[in-house]
Design a protein around this ligand. Structure first.
Ligand SMILES: [Zn+2]
Length: 437
């Protein structure tokens, strides 16, 4: 079976398994991957997290002259709004040149390509081990997946380099094509904000209502633009987006001008303004509210869950100082989930190999390192010293917007762009792990 045929078969099989997180249900996906690895005699281990969520790690051994390369793909997907989909989100329907399904881009495509790649290289002479980790739970914070493996089975997943999601796609900017490589990602600080007040009877309003106090704080968080912290990689990426010629970029990096410029951009092109704003500062999105249990009782407390995202290099404490400056000292902040952001050097042999491979397969595209405002499993592997890049190659036509497809309705991947990506990934891995470089 050809590489492309195998990868397409894996993609369709995985898309037909509704591994929606929560609750996850990655089991059948892990079974599929493990079965394929078994059929090809590839060494692998299934690892269950404390919560019973399975992961599978396969390995093709090299000479050991160099440290391993690990391909990572999470097998869970985010929920779907079935009514909004043109085709069954778990049908792997092929239509209009695309394969449709939840996970087609995020990121069963990478799982399928990686599986086809490791199988195709099983008999090749390699100077480093090639590892494929198909993991659970990325969409809920990686605790049962990559983070679990890093903390409990570092023997299986220790690697010099990791390739995962977050880059390798086509970004159409005017007539130009950019191939962004993720070398950095923001951290998270998911916290609960609680206002306390005087309880009382709803028939007699008073000035210390927790619901009102919380609402005022939420409004401030909803409107604030926290101070900019611009990393060199982000500055470089914005310069590249602007074609290197825009005078707006230096202004965007200037604290006071940035707010003005972003205000203008938000009015004329909100879709562009949003990611730019998120790349240059810490952000907060209030997402869940709870207060009260009866309509005629003023509750003594009210709380909101807030999704905070933190620029790499900023500590969680620094981020919380910025939040307190906005909401004031009286509200209680309880952090539920946190990890700091990460940045990796793009001055490595693997980055150079990626750039060379893209230049060979898509000479029209400019390779640029960038930071994603979300997070991926990279933060977990960084903890055991790996250099991680987001490179899940896929060529996309202008009408398919990568960012919209992530967690959006009608997630789909063009068949030709997926086949292209599979060949790029296999060629890259074969070359990078080959002793005759
Ligand atoms: Zn993902």
């Amino acid at each position: 079976m050809s590489l492309a045929t195998a990868a397409l078969e894996h993609l369709k099989a995985l898309l037909r398994i509704p591994s929606v997180n929560p609750p996850g249900g990655e089991g059948p996906c892990v079974d599929y991957v493990a079965r394929v690895l078994s059929e090809h005699g590839i060494e692998h281990t299934v690892v269950e997290s404390h919560g019973g969520r399975p992961n599978v790690v396969g390995r093709v051994r090299g000479s050991g002259a160099k440290k391993p390369l690990l391909l990572n793909a999470h097998l869970d997907v985010v929920p779907v709004d079935r009514d909004k989909w043109t085709h069954d989100p778990f049908g792997a329907v092929e239509a209009d040149g695309c394969i449709w399904g939840r996970g087609a881009i995020d990121m069963k495509n990478m799982a399928a390509m990686s599986l086809a790649t490791i199988v195709s290289l099983k008999n090749q002479r390699l100077d480093r081990d090639l590892i494929f980790a198909a993991v659970a739970d990325e969409e809920a914070g990686s605790n049962h997946g990559a983070l679990y493996l890093v903390q409990n089975r570092p023997d299986l997943v220790s690697a010099e380099y990791v390739l995962g999601e977050g880059g390798g796609h086509t970004l159409h900017v005017g007539p130009r094509q950019i191939c962004p490589i993720q070398v950095a990602e923001k951290g998270i600080c998911w916290f609960e904000l609680t206002a306390h007040g005087e309880p009382g009877h709803g028939s007699m309003p008073h000035g210390d209502n927790a619901v009102v106090t919380l609402a005022r704080a939420i409004e401030k968080l909803g409107e604030v633009r926290l101070p900019p912290h611009v990393l060199p990689v982000v500055e470089g990426f914005l310069q590249e987006l602007a074609g290197g010629a825009s005078r707006a970029i230096p202004a965007l990096l200037h604290p006071r001008l940035a707010n003005h410029l972003l205000g203008v951009l938000e009015r004329v092109d909100p879709a562009r303004a949003r990611p730019v704003s998120a790349m240059i500062r810490n952000t907060v999105s209030p997402t869940m509210l709870s207060a009260g249990s009866k309509v005629n009782v003023i509750p003594s407390s009210a709380s909101a869950h807030v999704d905070g995202r933190v620029i790499p290099g900023q500590t969680i404490a620094q981020f919380l100082d910025e939040i307190r400056a906005v909401v004031g000292p009286d509200l209680e902040i309880t952090v539920h989930e946190q990890h700091e952001g990460v940045v990796f050097s793009s001055d490595t042999p693997l980055y150079a190999a990626i750039a060379g491979m893209v230049a060979r397969h898509a000479p029209e595209a400019t390779v640029v390192p960038y930071m994603v405002p979300g997070f991926t499993d990279a933060f977990a592997y960084a903890r055991i010293g790996a250099t991680c890049y987001g490179f899940a190659p896929v060529r996309l036509p202008r009408e398919l917007d990568f960012a919209k497809m992530f967690h959006g309705h009608d997630e789909r991947i063009p068949v030709d762009g997926f086949v292209w990506g599979t060949e790029v990934l296999r060629d890259l891995v074969a070359e990078f792990c080959s002793p005759v470089r």
